[in-house]
Design a binder for this molecule. Sequence first.
Ligand code: HEM
Length: 132
Amino acid sequence: MVNTLWLISFFGMVITGFIPLILGNTALNGWWMILHVSIAPLFSILLAIGAMYSAKKMGIDFNDSPRSELSRSIFWLFLLLFIPCALSILFSMNTWFGSTIQYVFLKVHFYSAIGMLLLVILHFNFLRNNKG
Ligand code: HEM
């Protein structure tokens, strides 16, 4: 249940983050921005709950988990990427740093978002192959 809701919210973030750029906007604006930042807290809370549920199953100690090494690496890498993704956008939206650094932070958000999307795609591709 938590995982399904999380996945829906993740795709909400992907759609509202990437579609405006694909449509030719240079940045998020209007409804895209409102939707993106409205889904963000839900996405983050569901990610935290889902991570706590899965952390034991995915065991950071690679010897005592029923899951394969690749699927655990994907899981932990995803959680690791969430840190730059969330912190970069937090830092880019306040005045602690100058505008050049804010721009760099936006790029970090963009590339960590791509990384997270690729890991989710890899995860599902991996699950499908395992079902064989
Ligand atoms: C912690 C949760 C998140 C928050 C608070 C957040 C917030 C934001 C905000 C405020 C912007 C607009 C920045 C600007 O144009 O100045 C943005 C842009 C963007 N976000 Fe997020 N976001 C989050 C997570 C995600 C996730 C999970 C993805 C996709 C996997 C994503 C993808 C994007 C993309 C592609 C952009 C456009 C970047 C660009 O213009 O270069 N975001 N985000």
